[in-house]
Ligand binder design. Structure first.
Ligand SMILES: Nc1ncnc2c1ncn2[C@@H]1O[C@H](COP(=O)(O)OP(=O)(O)OP(=O)(O)O)[C@@H](O)[C@H]1O
Length: 289
C-alpha cells in the first residue's frame, strides 16, 4: 500500500505549543479522518502538509517528494478544500474559474461544469452570498476539476445542517469510489468518521496517539463496566482511564481481547465510540493510548 503523505520524526515548536516527533502515513486510496481536541495540533499538521509551515526538524513527503524543488508538482496534484475566505468575495464562480483554471495543467472545464451542476451551485452569484455548505462545495468542485489526487479538508462538515452534512458525506464517498483519490479531513464530528473513514489519526497535545484502520480501532477499544472489587494492579493495567462510582467502575481499554481473556463475563464489554476514546484519552493516566 502506497503512502500519499509521510511524516518522519517531524517537530514544529511554537512559543506555547509543539508538535513532537510526528510519524504519520496517509494511505493512498482511502479516507483518513483526523481527530483531536481543540488546540491539539490538527491545523498545524495540515499546514505542514501544504508547506504553509515548515518543520523545525524531520521530513515531510507528499507523493514521495519533498517540497523543495517539487512544490509546483505537489500543489498540482493536491487540493485543499476550505469553507470560506479563499476567494475574493465579490467574485462569482465564472470569474473564479477564469482565474484558477490556467494555473492547473490538468484543469478540465467539463468536469468543473459537471460538478457545478451536480452540486447545484449558481455560476453568476457572488461567493459572498453563498452559505457555508455552498462554499465548501465550490471549493471541492475546484479541487475535483484539476483532478486532485489528494484532497485535504479542514472541518468540512462543521456548521452544516444534518441534511447537508449527510449530502456532503455522500458526495465524498462517491468521489472516492474509483479508488484514485485519497481524502484526509479533520473534524470534531466523530459520527461522520464512523460513517466514511477507513483510517483514523488521533492527535492529542501535539502527539499522534494512534493512526490505525477504523476496523482495528473498533476491535481494540472498548468500554468495560464491572464492580470495583475487580480492580487491582493487574486489571487496571488494561485500562487507559478508569472512572469509579458507587455502582462500580467504567473504563476504556485499548486491548478488548485481553480484557475478555482476563475478566470474561465478570464485566460488561461495550463498543467504544471515537467520542468515548477522545473523552477517556484526555484524562488518561498514561500515554500508551
Ligand atoms: N503561528 C502560530 N504561532 C504560535 N502558536 C500557534 C501558531 N499556530 C498555532 N499555534 C498554537 O498551536 C496550538 C495548536 O493549534 P492548531 O490550530 O494546530 O490546533 P487544532 O487541533 O487545529 O485546533 P482546533 O480544533 O481548535 O481548530 C494552539 O495552541 C495554537 O495556539
Amino acid at each position: 500500500m502506497k503512502n500519499i503523505v509521510e511524516f518522519k520524526n517531524v517537530t514544529k515548536c511554537f512559543k506555547d505549543f509543539s508538535l513532537e516527533n510526528i510519524n504519520l502515513q496517509i494511505k493512498q486510496g482511502y479516507v483518513t479522518g483526523f481527530v483531536g481536541a481543540n488546540g491539539a495540533g490538527k491545523s498545524t499538521t495540515m499546514k505542514l502538509m501544504m508547506n504553509l509551515l515548515q518543520a523545525d526538524t524531520g521530513e515531510v513527503k507528499i507523493f514521495g517528494m519533498d517540497y523543495a524543488g517539487n512544490e509546483k508538482e505537489i500543489k498540482e496534484r493536491m487540493g485543499f478544500v476550505y469553507d470560506s475566505n479563499v476567494f475574493y468575495e465579490s467574485l462569482n464562480l465564472k470569474d473564479i474559474r477564469r482565474i484558477i483554471a490556467p494555473a492547473y495543467k490538468n484543469w478540465d472545464d467539463k468536469t468543473f461544469y459537471n460538478y457545478i451542476k451536480i452540486f447545484e451551485l449558481p455560476l453568476n452569484k457572488a461567493i459572498k452570498t453563498f452559505s457555508k455548505g455552498m462554499q465548501m462545495k465550490a471549493s471541492l468542485a475546484m479541487a475535483l476539476s484539476h483532478d486532485a489526487e489528494f484532497i485535504m479538508m479542514d472541518e468540512p462538515t462543521a456548521g452544516l445542517d444534518p441534511v447537508f452534512r449527510r449530502e456532503l458525506l455522500d458526495i465524498l464517498q462517491e468521489i472516492m469510489e474509483d479508488g484514485r483519490r485519497t481524502l484526509f479531513f479533520s473534524t470534531h464530528i466523530t459520527s461522520d468518521l464512523e460513517r466514511i473513514a477507513d483510517y483514523i489519526t488521533f492527535i492529542q497535545k501535539g502527539k499522534i496517539l494512534f493512526n490505525d484502520s477504523m476496523q482495528n480501532v473498533q476491535d481494540r477499544y472498548a468500554l468495560v463496566k464491572g464492580s470495583i472489587d475487580l480492580l487491582n494492579q493487574d486489571t487496571e493495567k488494561l485500562f487507559i482511564k478508569t472512572e469509579r462510582s458507587s455502582y462500580g467502575f467504567q473504563a476504556l481499554t485499548n486491548d478488548a481481547a485481553e480484557v475478555k481473556i482476563l475478566l470474561g463475563d465478570r464485566v460488561v464489554v461495550e463498543e467504544a465510540t471515537l467520542e468515548d476514546i477522545m473523552f477517556y484519552a484526555k484524562g488518561a493516566k498514561h500515554q500508551n493510548v
